[in-house]
Design a protein around this ligand. Structure first.
Ligand code: PLP
Length: 389
């Protein structure tokens, strides 16, 4: 019955393991969730207030698909202040969160069968976005021993005649790895030599600990072959407002405009007004949230380091700790489900982030310190009696 079939490519995608774990948790009481990757803070009040006032003034209509002109102008200034690059408003597009940026970017860049180099462990949703665009993900593993920083030589080895794109994510979800400047230089050299385009997912750029964020976009010649994806979700605790943006060469933004236009019309008008307010707030507000994440990540790492059988590399950014549990269990799914059943703590099994994430768990430091301590107590109790039952 051809009328009642669904596409093989969508069927090939699994449901989100992150959502699945949260769904399972609903059957238990007294759960501490370190599962979903979203800040627990509310959006700073000044942002919400300004957005509501703007909504009352009538900012409740479709905006231009490229974005609210006022936001585009402000983003252009913001990008210059952050990178020193003059990116005009027509080379920027506002999207339905960082996810909207990925969908809008991949569709016009890929022909069916084009390969996308993906550092693993990776944000699980990339697989779906690449599939939606007809592309094929080619995984390039990163290693615990390297702090999950990609090795440029492994990127080069993975390139074939079908390679179109390299997808980078720094700071990384789930590992918290931040790609240092010299590694970015090495990667930039390879992609220029081999004529590969880059998407740089920088949605965690403001959540970085003790160092300055560096982007591949700023490497010599890379502004011509890099599309940067950003979002207000994590940096400004604005996940529900659904505002992200992309900037890069005008020829690709012009095509992305069609995808945004035909798929979502535009990002939420009120969300965009909130983003304008977000760009106006003092950076100290954003930094205060970052510092709280840093303290939590520190706490979790200190506790994990003392637990027998668990290994951690301290993340340099984002708000996740990707802990190696392979000495205790090689089956991260079993481990995470048992942890939920026995101690009511939600973590995400590492396999959800690709094969090389197996043997690890992702802990999102998105609850207050006291609760994190409690979660670590429970984890400690759990592993002391755990035999992989
Ligand atoms: N990129 C990465 C690496 C993420 O972790 C996320 C969300 O978790 C996104 C993009 C999408 O963010 P949003 O659509 O909420 O802006």
């Amino acid at each position: 019955m051809p009328g009642k079939t669904t596409s093989e490519s969508i069927k090939s995608l699994g449901y989100s393991v992150i959502r699945e774990m949260s769904g399972m948790a609903a059957d238990y009481e007294n759960v501490i969730s370190l599962g979903i990757g979203e800040p627990d803070f509310n959006t700073p009040a000044v942002i919400t207030k300004q957005a509501f006032e703007d909504a009352k003034k009538g900012h409740t209509h479709y905006t231009h698909s490229q974005g609210d002109p006022e936001l585009l102008e402000k983003l252009s200034v913001h990008i210059f202040n952050e990178t020193g690059f003059r990116v005009p408003p027509h080379s920027i597009i506002v999207t339905h969160g960082g996810m909207g940026a990925l969908t809008a970017a991949l569709k016009p860049l890929l022909e069916p069968g084009d390969e996308v180099l993906l550092m693993e462990p990776h944000f699980p949703d990339y697989m779906a976005h690449i599939t939606f665009a007809g592309g094929v993900a080619k995984k390039v593993p990163t290693f615990f021993e390297d702090g999950f920083v990609p090795r440029p030589e492994n990127i080069e080895k993975a390139i074939t005649e079908k390679t179109k794109l390299l997808l980078l994510n720094s700071p990384n979800n789930p590992t918290g790895a931040v790609i240092p400047g010299d590694v970015l230089d090495g990667i930039a050299e390879i992609v220029q030599k081999r004529d590969i385009f880059v998407i740089s997912d920088e949605v965690y750029d403001k959540i970085i600990f003790g160092r300055t964020f560096e982007s591949i976009y700023t490497r010599k010649g890379m502004d011509e072959r890099t599309l940067v994806a950003k979002s207000f979700s994590k940096s400004h605790a604005m996940t529900g407002w659904r505002v992200g943006y992309c900037y890069g060469p005008e020829w690709i933004i012009a095509q992305m405009l069609k995808v945004v236009n035909y798929s979502t019309a535009c990002a939420s008008s009120i969300g965009q007004r909130a983003a304008i307010a977000a760009l106006d707030i003092d950076r100290s507000v954003v930094n205060a949230m970052r510092d709280r994440f840093a303290a939590r990540v520190d706490l979790v790492c200190r506790r994990l380091e003392k637990m027998k059988g668990i290994r951690v590399v301290k993340p340099c950014g984002a708000f996740y700790v990707f802990a190696d549990i392979s000495l205790i269990s090689q089956e991260s799914r079993r481990f995470a489900i048992d942890l939920l059943k026995k101690q009511q703590v939600v973590v995400i099994p590492g396999y959800a982030f690709g094969d090389s994430g197996e043997g690890c768990i992702r802990i999102a430091c998105t609850v207050k310190r006291a609760l994190l301590e409690k979660a670590m107590d429970r984890l400690e109790t759990f592993i002391s009696g755990y035999h992989g039952e």
